[in-house]
Each structure stands twice: as structure tokens, then as C-alpha cells.
Design a protein around this ligand. Structure first.
Ligand code: NAD
Length: 388
């Protein structure tokens, strides 16, 4: 070996050493970077920390649930396809809880089995709150297959993924629409379920899937059947902002606020000849903060191999006229009202008997209709274009 050859070899080994050193430094930086330590936090169970998968966490109710869970020191993973939710609400949560290992957002469609399985294999969830769904009664009659797919099939996929990955607690968002048009009010949890539209039917089928599976497993299941949800975060951080194209399908609170802001000329009350005290339909309006409190209580009380089914409502019916009066008071706007004929498919009166949830979970609704609307209006007034 001559001198030149020796020199070349030693400079090659120096280069190799240098490269190995750089690689080691990069690995060290990467392992200690916040994203690495963050993903480790989400992928491993940690004693004393409950990691909750919140599906549909960018939506109205799911974002409020995520806020409450984060406030209560839970670890939260939101999975949403943003078809109806708002990245703006997720950004609010990220700004409030920037610490590593508190909140992560995963963009995914729950109908994509491979994506769902990947999420479960990369994350160590302790519980799932399943909010993600399309959720408009009218739309469900126009696009029934979409509803059965999005609600029923996706719940099946989710429960399969939970079973495959050993996630043992499920809190499921169901609805009073699963009861249909019961003859007797108030509605209790043993009122027969006889849904009359694809939305209610899809939710009932999803409940059945969960209940049948629970008989063969030690999963802890809580099914919450919500009545009409209104309101928003009392501290004004989050609100209800459905996509504008859904306004037509929309809910009464959204329509009232739109009328108060002049986005629509006024309100249309459909049907004044129902057999109710003032002739308009009666519904049970539950505040979103109260509703989320019920979820947290359900999570705390969930027990392996046990199923809890609860109505979440106030137990008090309010007529559409009463709702509009409360909305006028909350907004200070004398909303113009047109009275029209009944809308097909609307039932006269629906309100809950919430005594089971009070007795078993020690939960009661605290917000009145007026308070709830006043809080929601404060957010709506300053977020004319939602989160944009
Ligand atoms: N709002 C009510 O009055 C009410 C009443 C009873 C029950 N619920 C139930 O509560 C839950 C939440 O309703 P909401 O009012 O917050 O609705 P929302 O539309 O505001 O939120 C639903 C969220 O789910 C997401 N989503 C929908 N399909 C998805 C999919 N395939 N994959 C991933 N994400 C998906 C949407 O993007 C959205 O962010 C729903 O299950 C609904 O049926 C709502």
C-alpha cells in the first residue's frame, strides 16, 4: 500500500465517522423534538392519563366535548374529515392547550377502514366518544344511503377497530329521533324506539350494533340520546357554525340568529294548529355545556361489561313560539315571523324524562333556554362568518 492510498483510506474513514456523528446528532434531535415526544405520548398508555378519541371533534358538539375533556386533563385525539366541522374550532383548542401530549388532530374519514385501523394501531386510546355523523333529519330523507353509510356502517367499522385494538370504553352520541313519534310523553329510555326517518333509523341500527357486540365483550358502553342541542361555550371560545349550504336544513337556533343578524329576512313558523298549548311544536332544548357534562359523567361511570342508556334533555318542553320569544329577548331584535302550514313529518310534541340520568349519573341540566340562547348569541354576534 503506498502513501497516497493510505491517505485516501484515512480521509474516507474520517468522512464516515463524520457522517455517523451527524446521523447520531440528527437522531438525538429528532428523538427529543416535541413532535417525536408528542407522538410517543399519544401512542403509549400513561398511568393516570385517560386518552379519549373524539370522532367528529371539529364539529359543534365534538369541539365542546374536546374543550371540556382538555380542561379536565384528559388527553384528546380528534379525528374528523372536516366535511361539516371547522378547523377553526380545532385551532382554538390547539391555542388553548399547546403542551405536547394534550391534543392532536388527525384528518381522516371514518368510512376508510384502513385509515381507521392505522389510527388505532398508532395510538393508545382508553376510550372513544363517537360524535362524527351527518345529522340532519330533512337531509336524511333526501339522501338515505349517505346516512346509513355515514352513521351505521361507520359505527360498525369503529366498533370493529375498537375490538381489534382492545379499546374498552365507548360513549355513543344517539338521538331522540330513534324514538320516532311516541304516543306518550315524556319519553323515557324504555319508550319503544320506532324511528320514522333515515337519520333516526341509522342511529337506531348503530345502537343495535353496539348493543349486540356488547353482549359478547367486556366493553363499557354508554349510549346518550340527546334531545335538541343549543347554546355554546359560556366563555365564548367556541360556537355553532355549520357550513352555510346547510342553512336550509338547519336548526331553529341557527335560523333565529340568522334572522336577528339580517342574513335571512325573518323566521318561518311551520304549523300553528298542533295539539299543543299555543299550537306550535314543542321540543326539549338542551344546552351543549350541560350535554357535555353528561358525557363526562357517563365516561366516569362507564363500567366493563355494562351498558348504560340515557336520555339527555331538560324534561321541559318549549314551544316554537316560546323559543322565538326567548331568542328575541336574547338578541334584542324584534324578529319578523311568518306563519306557514305544517311541514310534513314534524311531530307535535317531544320532551324527555331525564330522571334516569339524574338518579344514576347525578346529572341535571342547569342552563335555561334564555341563558343558553343569550350565551350562544354573544358568540354568533362576533362570528358572523363562523370561524372564518
Ligand atoms: N345537534 C343536535 O341537536 C344533535 C341532537 C341529537 C344527536 N346529535 C348527534 O351528535 C353528534 C354531533 O352532532 P353535531 O351537531 O356536533 O354535528 P356537526 O355536523 O357539527 O359535527 C359532526 C362532525 O363529524 C364530522 N364527520 C362527519 N362524517 C365524518 C366521517 N365520515 N369521518 C370523519 N368525520 C366525520 C364532521 O366533519 C363534523 O365535524 C352526531 O352524532 C349527531 O347525530 C346531535
Amino acid at each position: 500500500m503506498d502513501f497516497v492510498e493510505l491517505k485516501r483510506r484515512s480521509s474516507t474513514s474520517r468522512r464516515l465517522l463524520l457522517l455517523a456523528g451527524i446521523a447520531a446528532i440528527c437522531l438525538f434531535i429528532f428523538r427529543n423534538s416535541s413532535s417525536f415526544s408528542t407522538s410517543v405520548k399519544f401512542s403509549q398508555h400513561e398511568p393516570g392519563v385517560t386518552h379519549v378519541l373524539v370522532t367528529g371533534g371539529a364539529g359543534y358538539i365534538g369541539s365542546h366535548a374536546s374543550l371540556r375533556l382538555l380542561k379536565d386533563s384528559y388527553r384528546v385525539t380528534i379525528v374528523d374529515n372536516l366535511s361539516r366541522g371547522n378547523m377553526g374550532s380545532v385551532k382554538v383548542l390547539q391555542e388553548l392547550f399547546p403542551e405536547p401530549g394534550r391534543l392532536q388532530f388527525i384528518y381522516a374519514d371514518l368510512g376508510d377502514a384502513a385509515a381507521v385501523n392505522k389510527i388505532f394501531s398508532q395510538n393508545a386510546f382508553d376510550a372513544v366518544m363517537h360524535f362524527a355523523a351527518v345529522a340532519y333529519v330533512g337531509e336524511s330523507t333526501q339522501e338515505p344511503l349517505r346516512y346509513y353509510h355515514n352513521i351505521t356502517s361507520n359505527t360498525l367499522l369503529l366498533v370493529k377497530a375498537m375490538a381489534a385494538h382492545g379499546v374498552k370504553t365507548l360513549i355513543y352520541s344517539s338521538t331522540c329521533a330513534t324514538y320516532g313519534e311516541p304516543e306518550k310523553m315524556p319519553i323515557t329510555e324504555v319508550t319503544p324506539q320506532s324511528p320514522i326517518n333515515p337519520y333516526g333509523k341509522a342511529k337506531k341500527m348503530a345502537e343495535d350494533i353496539i348493543l349486540d357486540f356488547s353482549k359478547t365483550s367486556d366493553m363499557a358502553v354508554m349510549i346518550l340520546r340527546y334531545f335538541n342541542v343549543i347554546g355554546s361555550d359560556p366563555e365564548g371560545r367556541l360556537g355553532e357554525a355549520p357550513p352555510p349550504e346547510l342553512r336550509e336544513q338547519g336548526r331553529i337556533s341557527g335560523a333565529c340568529f340568522d334572522a336577528a343578524r339580517g342574513i335571512i329576512p325573518g323566521l318561518k313558523i311551520r304549523g300553528v294548529d298542533y295539539t299543543t298549548p299555543d299550537g306550535t311544536c314543542v321540543r326539549d332544548y338542551i344546552d351543549v355545556t350541560d350535554l357535555i357534562d353528561a358525557h363526562v359523567k357517563a365516561l366516569e361511570h362507564a363500567k366493563p361489561s355494562k351498558v348504560g342508556i340515557y336520555n339527555v334533555g331538560t324534561g321541559k318542553g318549549s314551544s316554537v313560539k316560546q323559543f322565538v320569544e326567548a331568542c328575541k329577548k336574547a338578541t334584542g331584535v324584534d324578529i319578523k315571523i311568518d306563519y306557514l302550514n305544517r311541514r310534513p313529518g314534524d311531530y307535535a310534541e317531544v320532551y324527555s324524562d331525564p330522571s334516569k340520568i339524574r338518579r344514576e349519573l347525578n346529572w341535571i341540566a342547569r342552563y335555561s333556554l334564555e341563558e343558553s340562547l343569550a350565551i350562544a348569541w354573544r358568540w354568533q354576534k362576533v362570528h358572523r362568518n363562523g370561524y372564518n
